[in-house]
Design a protein around this ligand. Structure first.
Ligand SMILES: NC(=O)c1ccc[n+]([C@@H]2O[C@H](COP(=O)([O-])OP(=O)(O)OC[C@H]3O[C@@H](n4cnc5c(N)ncnc54)[C@H](O)[C@@H]3O)[C@@H](O)[C@H]2O)c1
Length: 261
């Protein structure tokens, strides 16, 4: 049996082909976790599974999965649970940023898209993963929100609102699972700017100069830098493991001290 902080755990990560998902997958695999890696980008998530299986044979499975489809959630969770021999961790990580728009320019389409991908998907995930998590208990749900779910910024109305929804919904699920004695915990994670493709619009705004964009984004951060994907992945490892067995309904801010000001 593989040793590690996540030995005997089976985790499904959505949006696993993106910057944070890739870091989580690599680090969780190194900690002995079995992984179901899902993304709309099926090729990228398959390459990631192949890479992980090269060093951890049989550890990773890949699935094409659009988190806005309830049907796909049911199908992917069933297959993942069978392939991994259970499901003890759900990481709701898939998410998108929208265009920066002040209220008078904002649109129904922008809100609908962010609502479906950032927020409603998490209800589908929690709803349909819960029977699997209960069967493999102790279980852990980790919802990737954002500092933008706790503090607002101009031009980010739909992102602020959907990520705040993720924050509160994580607590609802935590309380329901506690009340029903399902032995499943639920927590949210709130990163500030982390170096992933989601920051591409800010790089474009800095004329394509990544260093300049990162320097601008780090200005409000006491630790004077933006985050690395592993800064988030290690928090997810902790929440996925039984090390955090008394922690539920909580929020984990990963922001270099920004919200402490
Ligand atoms: N990077 C940051 O600065 C930052 C900060 C705070 C919160 N977050 C949150 O972290 C999470 C991961 O972001 P990231 O930085 O890795 O972004 P990313 O853009 O690198 O990756 C997002 C991934 O989600 C996938 N995805 C998009 N729509 C999907 C859908 N409908 N179904 C399934 N997958 C879909 C994309 O294909 C991509 O692989 C998001 O929820 C994001 O809001 C990121």
């Amino acid at each position: 049996m593989m040793a590690g902080r996540l030995a005997n755990k089976q985790a499904l990560i959505t949006g696993a082909a993106g910057g944070l998902g890739v870091a989580m997958a690599r680090i969780m695999a190194a900690e002995g976790c079995k992984l179901a890696l899902t993304d709309v980008n099926a090729d990228a998530v398959q390459s990631l599974a192949d890479e992980i299986n090269a060093s951890h044979p049989g550890a990773a499975f890949a699935y094409a999965h659009d988190v806005t489809s309830e049907e796909q959630w049911v199908d992917v969770l069933g297959r993942a649970s069978e392939d991994m021999g259970g499901l003890s961790v759900l990481v709701n990580n898939a998410g998108i940023g929208g265009p920066l728009m002040f209220v008078e320019a904002d649109t129904a389409e922008n809100w609908q898209r962010q609502y479906e991908i950032n927020l409603r998907s998490i209800m589908f995930g929690c709803k349909h993963a819960m029977p699997h998590l209960r069967a493999s208990a102790p279980g852990s749900i980790i919802n990737i929100s954002s500092v933008a779910g706790l503090a607002a910024a101009p031009g980010m109305g739909a992102y602020n609102a959907t990520k705040a929804g993720v924050w509160m919904y994580s607590k609802t699920i935590a309380l329901e699972a506690a009340k029903m004695e399902w032995n499943v915990r639920s927590n949210s994670v709130h990163p500030v700017f982390i170096k992933t493709p989601i920051l591409d619009p800010f790089v474009a705004m800095a004329g394509g100069d990544e260093g300049k964009a990162h320097e601008r984004l780090s200005r409000g951060i006491p630790l004077k830098r933006i985050g690395e994907p592993d800064d988030v992945a290690w928090c997810v490892v902790y929440l996925a493991s039984d090390e955090s067995k008394f922690i539920t309904g909580a929020e984990f801010v990963i922001d270099g001290g920004m919200l402490a000001q």
